[in-house]
Structure formats: C-alpha cells, structure tokens
Write a new protein. Structure first.
Lengths: 431, 301
C-alpha cells in the first residue's frame, strides 16, 4: 500500500468548519471491504504505526500471506480466532473537510441485525459490489436494508475493476441492474463509482485506468456530498428528556425542559402545544450553558423554558399548534427482529419511543419480507431473529410519532423483552 | 434556503449531552468516574453543560491507586471544587489493607489491574446503578465495539458477544437488581476531537499534559517518570528530558513522550503528526493482544 499524506488533518486552522458524516459499510470476507476501509484510514493517516505493527505481527502468527487489514477492525478475541466479524465496529477518520464515523458491519444474512444497527444512525450507505459477480443476493440485501432504515444516500462501489480489465461495459451493465433494483425501493440519492480498492483506483485519486469515468472519486464524494438536508427541519418536535429545576437561590423559579430537538426549528416567541396535555404556551427562551439561542434545530441538545407554568414531564412532546404529529395507540410498523427468541404474536413487550416508555401487545403479523428478492411471505408468520416483518401493535398509551420515512427520530422505536430486558426488536413506523 | 448544520464538535457535544441526560433520567444512582485525565475532564465539562443551571445531579468517583502524580490530585480537588460537585474516593490502598487484593511484585508491578476490585466494591458500597466513563471507541479495538449503554451483570462483568443492539438514539438501560451499566458519552470522539474541544472551550487540564522537564528512565522502549512508586533496575539510567504525557493514569504504567508541545495548539499539531496511538505508551495494554478485552470483561473501566 502506498503512503499518501495529502489528506493530513489540518491541525488547528479551520477545524470548526468540519462537518460530521456517519456512514455504514456492509460486506463479506472477500469483497474487498476491509481493503477499502484500510485504504481510507491509511491514506487519511488514521492508522498508526503501533496498530500496523500489531496487525503485522498477528498476521504473521496466523500465517496470513499479506497484512490482514481485517484484524484492524476485528477487535474481539473470538472474532480473530474465527476470522469473522461478529459485531458492529466503529472506525474514525478525518480529512481537512470532514470527520467520518464508519459503522462497519458484517454482511452475512445471520448478521442482518448488525447491519440494521449500523445503518440506524448513518447518513450514507457504502455498498461494495464485486465487478465480476455484479448484483448478487448480498447486494440486494444491503440495498434493501439501507432503504428500509431510511439512509438518505447510497453509494455503490463497483470494486475489483482491475479484474474485469477496467471495462466500461461491465460497469454500465451492473449500474443498470442496480438502478432497476433500486427503483423498487424508496431511495433519495444513489451514486455509482468504479473502483479498485486494492490498487486505489478512484478511491482517493482519480484512476488513470478508467479515463471513461468522469465522476468523482469515493473520498471526494464522501467529503462533498450534501448532508445538510438529512435532518427534518420542517416539523417541530421536541421530546422532553429531563426537567431541570436548580432549586438554588439564583435560579429559584427556573423550570427548564431539556432535550434533543427531533425535528424542525424552534425560536423564542414561538407558540407551542404540549402533548399529551394539549396545553399551549410560548417559548420564553432556548437556554444553553454557553448562553441563550435565537433558534435551535435538530440534532441540537438544548433546554426550553415556557411563558406559562404548566405541568410537563419526561415523555411529553413540545410541538407547534399548526403542525402536530400523529397520535395513536395502534401502530403499523416494519420490524427487524434482533433476538434468538422469536417474536411472540399476542405477546406483551416494553417499548421505547423518543423519550417515552410504554408497553405494547403484538396484534398481527401482516407479512414477512424475503430480503434477498423483496417478495412478501404471507403464509409463515413466525418472526425469527434477522427477519423483517410488517406488524401491528397496540400500545398502553398513545405515541406521538411521524412516519419513519418523514422523521427517523420520531418514527423509530425499540421493543424490549420485559423478562430479560434485552432489546429484541427495531421498529420503523409506517403509519 | 438557510442551511441548518452543526460542525462536528457541536454535533458530538449534542450527542454526549443527550447521553448524559438520558443517564440522569433512566437511573436512580448514577456516578461519574473521574480519573483526572483529559477524557474524564471533558465528560465532567459536558455534564456541567447538560444540567446547567442546575448542578451535576450525581457524584464524581475517583478510583485512587495511591500511585498518582501529585499534579493529578491537586488538579482533581480544584476542578471538582469549581464544579461544585461531590467527590467520592475509592481507595486501592484500602482494598490492599483489607486483604481483598494482593499487590503485584517485581519491577513491572502496577496497581492498574487492582483498580477493578476497588471500582466494583465502590459501585456496590454506594449502590451505583450506572457508572459514566470517558472511554472512546478509537482508543483500542475492544473498545471499538462498546455500546453507549453497556450492560454489566451482577458480578460487574462485560459479555462482549452478548451485547444489546443499540439503535438510533434509543438507549435501553433496563436491568435486574444488582446489575449495573457503564455509560460512555464520548464514545464517538477521537483524541483529536478531545484536544480541539479542550482548546475551543478553554477547559483547564493538568500540567502533566504539557511539555516539561522531568527525571525519567527508559524501560521496554517506554519513557517512565522517576517516582517513589516504581522500582528501578540498577542498569536503568536516569536522565532529564523534556516530556509530556498523552494519557494520565497510574504513575507505574503511564509512559511519557519526548515533546516540546507546551501549549494546546502545539499539542494539537503533535497529535495530528503522531505516528503512534496514545495507548502506545500504556504498559498495561502491552501485556497481550486481548489485554484490554480481558480486563474489561472482569469489570475494568
């Protein structure tokens, strides 16, 4: 691997202008994912000498021919012993333009739950396609999960172009197949890049082997893709997380509602309604330790104070009177099951949604999805680990929610087994 | 249309504040583990922001090996006094005196591993149900797989293969009696983010982080400070060097680096150019490839 140092993080100057991009990758052992991540980390100078030295030593011990970059991410003893990635691993690198968080997940079907976990907080999904194989089941699976989890941008890297003579024809054929498949899904932004992770073509530097490709390199795209619209800045949603009451002489009557803005833009003077009570008031101030703000938007953590003294507690939601969320106890959702114990139809579970804790009964399984071909399975209603299903539930209290595709913060929930306390399901609200 | 975006430090700050408030809301008796190192200083600073204008609604806990640089303790007392927070000290010396642990012997003796027992005892004594720590995922590969809310069983153990999936910003802190959580609000920060934030927020840090002249000797390629707590071999030569510490832990296992960086700006330049991770100077990680994973399973930070 050649050393490139042109993307060294600029130390002090300009760092406050850096944005944060979270992306997820999924792939199996030999599609070149580790090589690609290794190259991004190495070329951006995010791998250190003691890390390289440590994996060189263990590669040698294991009898690997080359330095095995997968050892960088496979941190657990069991993973190294079995040569597999079990869990989501988070990796970090930065260029002068952006800081990146990679959620690196294994690509096998039995790890769907890890892919879903990694995808849940991502702005972008990076999907590797082997140029020799084209669109295979695993590609469909990754694409479907990325779309299901509402990732705004999907980047297909057609990898191993060196093994197909850097052929434009091969690239265009795969691109057409992927476009046809993705048209069945709801994806906002799709890109295609022909690369060779091994040789570095179109990863950081433009490939000289593919003059026919006029598009961006992967790193340029990651640095420049517009992510400013990924959050919902239209529907004002403020789930109250914690009530701040200092009870000091200086702030004797202070009552602040702390939380993270889940959507929209809030300003002092805005008229608001508090759910579920329905009481209305006005925003008096938006407070932070660094001083009051003129406006606040997702994903900021702030403290709101209101003009009127009304009873508000954790789990309530502050919204605008003319734009309110759905309020219902009957929820229709897509669920990814995460636990070895299958979902119990008619069973009771605990649910976490925004800052709200409720209980639910699973009322119905409408269908399961075959995630390799998107076909609906209607005759088998057993929802096992890694299954994705459309279900309905009834909750003990009404939820204040938006459709997941409109707002990932107010449209998502987790299902918890009340006996074991484990998180057993991830839900995306359809209506 | 106006663009509503946050820079990366603001976004990380918002995430960490959210996690800290979630701890206060979901647990009855949380505590913040405070070592006096830069990461726990940043966590304490974020906690001050999260609950302002109220005080931090939980105590700060220092697990004290007794093998501290005097600068660390001085700094700790001043910093916590400024915060107006409560300090609880768990003493490794006390665990040794009570016969709960046996001190390591020999030249590489360290109390680092003994901390685990004192930590778990302190958690039990005060019945803490959540211990907030300053670990970051970029520090070490076993930590790269750590959750924000990390479940510990009644023995304080971590089961890395059976962690709860953590999706979106929905943190599941439910537990049975006797179990507790470790919570890591700055999971997504890197060493560079920490330094940039300390500079930007003008956060006070112990002087040990800045380059200074000190009596040192070299062992296994690591520069160690001369202190009363570490047994020096006769063939180990003492010299005076200009050094600084990249991490501040127990004095027996924290190595220094030669450096001229005596300001935060210079540290940031040094970190940007560094070719070794900050844990490269930690003798405790060099014991085996899975040293951190093994210690974490038993209940280490």
């Amino acid at each position: 691997m050649t050393t490139q140092t042109k993307n060294i993080q600029e130390p002090v100057k300009g760092y406050l202008d850096m944005e944060l991009l979270r992306f997820s990758t999924a792939g199996s052992v030999d599609d070149g994912k580790s090589t690609l991540i290794g190259r991004l980390l190495y070329d951006s100078k995010s791998i250190f000498e003691d890390q390289i030295q440590a994996i060189e030593e263990s590669s040698k011990r294991r009898g690997d021919e080359n330095v095995n970059l997968a050892l960088l991410t496979d941190g657990l003893r069991a993973e190294r012993e079995q040569g597999i990635t079990i869990d989501v691993a988070y990796r970090y690198f930065a260029t002068p333009k952006r800081k990146f968080i990679i959620a690196d997940t294994p690509g096998h079907i039995q790890y769907t739950r890890n892919m879903v976990t990694g995808a849940s907080t991502s702005n972008l999904s990076l999907i590797l396609v082997d140029a020799r194989k084209g669109l295979i089941e695993q590609t469909s699976r990754h694409t479907f999960i990325s779309a299901l989890l509402g990732i705004p941008h999907i980047v297909f890297c057609i990898n191993k172009m060196d093994l197909v003579d850097y052929s434009e024809e091969v690239f265009e054929k795969i691109k057409a197949d992927l476009e046809a498949f993705a048209s069945k899904l709801n994806v906002k932004d799709i890109r295609f890049i022909p690369i060779s992770a091994l040789h570095g073509d179109n990863v950081v530097n433009k490939s000289e082997n593919m003059p026919w490709y006029q598009g961006e390199t992967l790193l340029y795209l990651l640095e420049n893709i517009h992510i400013g619209s990924d959050q919902n800045h239209i529907d004002c949603r403020f789930p109250v997380q914690y009530v701040i009451r200092p009870q000091s002489t200086e702030y004797h009557d202070y009552r602040g509602y702390a939380g993270r803005i889940a959507g929209g833009v809030f300003k002092p003077g805005d008229e608001v309604v508090v759910l579920p009570s329905g009481f209305s008031s006005k925003i008096k101030s938006i407070d932070t330790y660094d001083g009051p703000l003129d406006e606040a938007f997702a994903p900021m953590s702030v403290t709101l104070t209101l003009e009127d003294d009304i009873d508000i507690s954790r789990g309530d939601m502050i919204v605008r009177p003319n734009n309110q969320p759905e309020i219902s106890q009957d929820i229709d959702l897509m669920v990814c099951w995460l636990n070895e114990k299958p979902m119990h139809l008619g069973g009771k579970y605990a649910v976490k949604h925004t800052t709200n804790d409720v209980r639910c009964i699973i009322k119905d399984v409408k269908y399961k999805v075959n995630i390799n071909n998107l076909h609906r399975i209607e005759d088998d209603k057993t929802v096992n680990m890694n299954d994705i299903a459309r279900i309905t539930m009834r909750t003990t209290k009404p939820l204040f929610y938006d459709r997941y595709e409109r707002n990932r913060n107010t449209g998502s929930l987790i299902i918890i087994d009340e006996a074991t306390n484990e998180t057993v399901g991830a839900g995306m609200i359809v209506e | 249309m106006k663009s509503y975006t946050l820079n990366h430090l603001k976004e990380l700050e918002a995430e960490s504040i959210y996690v800290l408030r979630e701890v206060a809301a979901q647990f009855e008796r949380p505590a913040l583990l405070f070592s006096g190192g830069k990461d726990s200083i940043v966590v304490a600073h974020l906690a001050r922001k999260a609950f302002w204008p109220a005080k931090i609604p939980f105590p700060l806990v220092h697990i004290d090996t007794g093998h501290n640089f005097p600068e660390t303790i001085e700094f700790r007392d001043r910093f916590i006094n400024d915060l107006g927070a409560q300090l609880i000290v768990g003493s490794v010396q006390k665990s040794i005196d009570e016969g709960k642990v046996v001190e390591e012997k020999g030249y590489n003796a360290s109390r680092n591993a003994l901390q685990t027992v004192t930590l778990l005892d302190t958690i039990e004594e005060y019945q803490f149900d959540a211990a907030i720590g300053g670990a970051r995922r970029d520090e070490e590969k076993a930590r790269a797989k750590e959750r924000f809310f990390s479940h510990r069983d009644e023995f304080g153990q971590w089961d890395p293969k059976n962690q709860r999936p953590e999706l979106w910003n929905l943190f599941n802190g439910r537990k049975h009696m006797g179990e507790h959580f470790r919570v890591f609000p700055i999971s997504n920060w890197t060493e560079m983010d920490i330094w940039q934030y300390i500079l930007h927020e003008k956060i006070d840090i112990p002087s040990l982080y800045l380059a200074h002249e000190r009596e040192v000797f070299v062992r296994n390629g690591v520069i160690m400070a001369v202190t009363d707590f570490i047994k020096k071999r006769d063939d180990e030569e003492v010299m005076v060097k200009k050094v600084r510490f990249r991490t501040i832990g127990d004095a027996t296992c924290t190595g220094a680096v030669e450096s001229d960086a005596d300001t935060l700006e210079k540290i940031i330049e040094e970190v940007a150019a560094a070719r070794e991770t900050e844990r490269g100077t930690r003798a405790d990680d060099k014991r085996s490839e899975a040293a951190m994973e093994d210690r974490k399973k038993q209940g280490y930070f």
